[in-house]
Design a protein around this ligand. Sequence first.
Ligand code: FMN
Length: 201
Amino acid sequence: MDFQDVVRRRKMVRRFGPDPVSDAALDRMLANAVHAPSAGFSQGWAFLRLETPADIEHFWAATMPDPEADNDWLTGMRTAPALIVPMSNKEIYLDRYAQRDKGWTDRDEARWPVPYWHIDTGMASLLILQTAVDEGLGACFFGIPPEQIPAFREAFDVPDDYIPIGAIAVGHPEQGGAPGSPTRRTRRDVDEVVHTGKWSQ
Ligand SMILES: Cc1cc2nc3c(=O)[nH]c(=O)nc-3n(C[C@H](O)[C@H](O)[C@H](O)COP(=O)(O)O)c2cc1C
């Protein structure tokens, strides 16, 4: 698919058909993810790949356990045949930047203008979303409620130093999922957000 089409066709998909996602497609999404840029080439990320019905059910039970939560969003999202959970690890960045070529041996977090560990894992996540489109699939990045992160870790033996920055549902797009915010809000115009030369023009 043309790159411009990948960018413009990517929309979050919140309901999926019953066909599984091929191993090859998931392999490619993850292989592309690790080509994301990362600060200091730290690559402080990890990805949990879930593709069996039992694992998918385990994920939803751990992260959205409210039996009352019978809503359109969850009903649609639970149809996803595959999930990828991208996780970031701050310690890997602090270790990497304490090395000789960087020299931040005090590991002081105040040195970081923004948390690069989350940024890099977010960039990897976008590559996953874009690769899904290129594979003719749909995907949705969504948040895991903070109070459910311990249960998520326990369910999948995830070490404490890895933080799930969200989760990505993947599958064959189907109509009828929960409508996203773009149905209620307009995209901000490029001229409104780009400041050329200086802020006020
Ligand atoms: C960091 C982040 C968190 C998001 N969290 C959720 C979420 O919890 N649930 C959801 O349905 N969509 C979530 N989204 C998707 C956004 O709602 C969506 O990207 C936005 O409305 C624009 O729509 P589009 O991606 O289809 O163009 C998230 C997106 C990002 C980047």
